[in-house]
Design a protein around this ligand. Structure first.
Ligand code: GLC
Length: 795
């Protein structure tokens, strides 16, 4: 217990407080982001998540009276009292987040140890009560609070009443709601109450827990086994602002190469070489677009990372060049564990230079992974990261386009790594307890930097394990799911919560990794996959084939239809990711993120928004061919397939035969589309299509479209184009559009535009004063213009 406040000093944004029994500090990062810190482990502080934080001076005042300090920023009032208790209010004095007074009072698990003994004979286990926590923060639970975030934990979107553990875990059993720990540690959550949101980021890499009222409904709490008390309060009140604040701290997903948004096909394992070619050729023969094929562990020579099995791939460079000619990029898996094998360069170099984690006596630590006895590179050491970065060139020189980092929790086959395994931690020695949860994060960082240096292009890294901030370096997937309807269902809240936790570029193994997929399950899963940021079908060895054509003609046609739809939507998806670089907002969003004032959206697990214009309400139950769905209040929604209009704020029943995924477009939307291509870059897109969804009554909106070369970092020095489309619905029969080009530095601008007019009949179209003909062939009404500035449509 820190005791009473003795004194304080203020310097710039930092308020240092001396208590009777220790010290603490409050940093006013911005008027809405406040850090609370108290050293426990040592007087040192190295955030693994936050790098190069730019703070500028933020005005705030401090008033001191008998026992407490009152801090006021433009947006918040914060009271600090005895024992570093903190209570946060908005400027009107409404409580936002108050510390709970009193000790924790967890519910009791009844039963004697003898009964436990008996129960365990049949394999029953009790959940361990948390123990050995050095830091625990209790917050008062206010009524009707909803909790979101924490990365890809299982269960529902709202985490209220559940308890979670942050300890990166590779558990091959089917993921279920009762799993407390998964592969990632994203110790960040958002609390939403009375339409107001704030976030808390607990920046502590030791094993931690989050309890949202399960232990006791009077409080929620977060704790850690060691490390410092170090957390950020991030005020909204809009959730979008909270996510903006969290990603301002931990970083944002950099714009990826455009092809990474294409369809990706994976399997453990597409080897040998002729199988890989067979897969590639089948995509092209069957007219199913695909950009990427993944090579799982079997391409390696005896699972030695950065090697190729020459019996399976006689000349990998040639193979990859041939695939490249067909438009395929190849991504190879790289695991962290290095085979213990004298004469194997990576092992020899690592051993000679002390690059591996050691036991407490400094002897390189050995466990077992795919290659048998293996060692773990100490990614917490900059020098080791640099070495690992350089190794990426071995792969890119062969023509590899991206790297898939797996098993980096780190996983081990011979029991867990002991707590005292030692890491360098950039010069501040640390043990496994502190590094475990950031191991995958540091590995991704090393991979990202290596790919960037080797290729100069935007790196494509996929990782399974992650920590807060990994979004700066890697795309993630949700690990080893199974071909179960339950896992399709659960993937939606998992991916939505990842997005709310700063990880916008994420996906799940489409079709399911373990177990055998069915035709119907794959058909429904690809309908979801088409709208998830990472769109990769992946399955395990010995499971039934799961490629788009692996079942029957109908399933193949459904895969083709949704993969093609994905390719049409590429410019829209790319726009979302471009915007994300400046606002941190995910591509796949729970409805509540767009409609915070509509409380009916707060618990919707089975629908999502793709960006802010498209709503997807997939079928995620076997046999269903219609479903009930909710359309958020305040907007009209247009059925993408039938163009029927529905007012928001109601539940509707939608028919959805096996080839139909219910999709709705918000009124007033402008959706940029590309022609379908077999792979990104196959066609030189000179004409941009804009699908226009007029407002039902009236309204006004702007859509900004972004265009660049899709692969280099030149956009950071301004080499890109922006197209600003504004729509003004004057009345039910009159629409005005203007087009501007606020930024035009990329010399590959579109030559012309094609407009699709949805829900407009028999219009009179005037483009820059000229009556323009339209084409009403087929179902769509379209017209074209080269360089329109003002368009007037009456109908
Ligand atoms: C792990 C990965 C999985 C991969 C397999 C073999 O289980 O999660 O995606 O296919 O290892 O490398």
């Amino acid at each position: 217990m820190l005791g009473k406040i003795k004194s304080y000093t203020k310097k710039d944004n930092l308020l240092s407080i001396e208590f009777e029994n220790g010290t603490a500090s409050v940093t006013v990062v911005t008027a809405t982001i406040i850090n609370f810190f108290s050293p426990h482990l040592a007087q040192r502080r190295v955030s693994k998540a936050i790098e190069n934080l730019q703070t500028s001076s933020t005005p705030f005042s401090i008033d001191a009276d008998a026992d407490q300090l009152t801090i006021r920023t433009k947006k918040l009032k914060i009271l600090i009292s005895t024992d570093f208790k903190t209570d946060i209010y908005d400027t009107l004095g409404n409580p936002l987040c108050e510390d709970y007074r009193g000790d924790g009072q967890p519910f009791v698990r009844r039963g004697s140890s003898a009964q436990l003994e008996i129960a365990s004979q049949e394999g029953h286990k009790i959940d361990e009560q948390a123990s050995g926590e050095k830091i625990k923060i209790f917050k008062k639970m206010a009524e009707n609070t909803y909790f979101y975030g924490l990365g890809d934990k299982t269960g529902h979107l709202n985490k209220k009443d559940y308890h979670y553990r942050m300890w990166n875990t590779d558990n091959p059993n089917p993921h279920v709601e009762s799993f407390e720990a998964m592969y990632k540690t994203i110790p960040f959550f958002i609390a939403l109450r009375s339409q107001q949101a704030f976030g808390i980021f607990f920046d502590n890499s030791f094993e931690s827990t989050f309890d949202f009222g399960k232990e006791n409904s009077d409080y929620y709490a977060f704790s850690a086994k060691d490390g410092d008390l170090d957390y950020y309060f991030i005020y909204g009140p809009s959730m979008k602002t909270v996510i903006g604040g969290y990603t301002y701290l931990t970083g944002r997903t950099p714009l990826p190469q455009l092809w990474t948004l294409g369809y990706q096909q994976s399997r453990w394992a597409y080897t040998p070489e002729n199988r890989l070619h067979e897969i590639a050729d089948t995509f092209r023969q069957k007219d199913i677009p695909c950009d990427v094929i993944h090579l799982d562990i079997d391409y390696m020579d005896g699972y030695r990372v950065f090697t190729w099995d020459k019996k399976k791939f006689a000349d990998p460079t040639r193979t990859l060049t041939d695939l490249r000619k067909q438009g395929f990029k190849v991504v190879t898996i790289i695991d962290p564990a290095v085979k213990k094998d004298k004469g194997y360069t990576i092992y020899d170099e690592g051993l000679k230079n002390n690059y591996f984690a050691t036991d407490k006596d400094g002897i390189p630590y050995v466990n077992q992974v795919w290659p048998g006895d293996a060692l773990y590179p100490d990614f917490a050491n900059k020098t080791v990261r640099h070495w690992w970065s350089k190794n990426q060139k071995i792969m890119t020189d062969t023509g590899v386009s991206g790297i898939w980092n797996d098993m980096n929790e780190p996983a081990s086959f011979n029991g867990p790594l002991p707590d005292d395994v030692h890491f360098n931690n950039d010069g501040i020695s640390a043990d496994h307890r502190e590094i475990h949860n950031v191991y995958g994060h540091y590995m991704s960082k090393a991979t990202y930097e290596g790919l960037k240096e080797a290729t100069g292009k935007r790196p494509f890294v996929i990782t399974r394990a992650a920590y807060a901030g990994t979004q700066k370096y890697a795309t993630v997937w949700t690990g080893d799911n199974q071909s179960l309807w339950e896992h399709l269902r659960m993937s939606l809240p998992m991916l939505m919560n990842l997005g709310l936790s700063g990880i916008t570029f994420c996906g799940t193994d489409v079709g399911g990794f373990g177990f055998d997929c069915t035709a119907e399950l794959l058909s429904r899963w690809v309908q979801v996959g088409a709208f998830t940021p990472l769109f990769r079908n992946h399955s395990s060895i010995f499971t039934r084939d799961q490629e788009p054509w692996a079942f029957d003609e109908q399933t193949e046609a459904i895969n083709r239809k949704y993969i093609k739809l994905r390719y049409q939507l590429l410019p829209y998806l790319y726009d979302i990711l471009h915007e994300e670089e400046s606002n941190g907002l995910p591509m796949m969003r729970p409805l509540l993120l767009g409609y915070q004032s509509d409380e009916a959206t707060y618990e919707i697990n089975d629908e999502f928004l793709c960006g802010d214009q498209i709503l997807v309400a997939p079928i995620i139950e076997q046999g269903l061919t219609s479903r009930m769905l909710y359309l958020p209040k305040g907007d009209y929604w247009i059925d993408y397939w039938t163009k029927e209009v529905f007012a928001g704020g109601q539940y509707i029943i939608k028919k959805a035969p096996i080839d139909v995924c219910p999709i709705f477009v918000r009124e007033g939307s402008v959706i940029p589309l590309y022609p379908v291509q077999n792979y990104v870059g196959e066609k030189d897109v000179k004409q941009l299509t804009l699908s226009i969804y007029p407002f039902v009554r009236s309204g006004q909106t702007n859509y900004e479209h972004y265009q660049d070369d899709g692969e280099s970092f030149n956009y950071r020095s301004g080499v890109y184009n922006l197209y600003d489309f504004s729509l003004k619905q004057v009345n039910e029969h009159e629409l005005k559009m203007t087009l501007k080009r606020p930024h035009a530095e990329y010399d590959h601008a579109y030559h012309s535009f094609k407009f699709i007019l949805n829900r407009i009949n028999d219009p009179k179209i005037i483009v820059d004063g000229q009556i323009t003909p339209f084409d009403a062939a087929g179902e769509q009404l379209t017209f074209q213009a080269d360089d329109p500035k003002e368009i007037h449509i009456s109908y």
